[in-house]
Design a protein around this ligand. Structure first.
Ligand SMILES: [Zn+2]
Length: 74
């Protein structure tokens, strides 16, 4: 897929990025986007991805490309 991105040195799909943020597999994920913000831990680029951890929930997750920092809009 064209929208795979490098995160912590690994190529990840939107589904894999959402899994890294959520800590478990998700049902569905949208395309990865740049979040236009800096990581508060290391100043690296932050990516965002919208995903569905369950059928009733939609979450926007944020993940630094360079370190383990992650967050969601919950
Ligand atoms: Zn970082």
């Amino acid at each position: 897929m064209a929208d795979n991105r490098v995160v912590e040195g690994r190529m990840v799909t939107p589904e894999k990025l959402a899994e890294l943020i959520e800590g478990e597999r998700v049902m569905d994920a949208e395309a990865i986007e740049d979040a236009d913000r800096e990581c508060p831990e290391c100043g690296g680029n932050v990516l965002s991805v919208g995903y569905m951890p369950s059928v009733t929930e939609f979450v926007t997750g944020y993940k630094c490309q360079d370190c383990e920092w992650r967050d969601t809009d919950r």
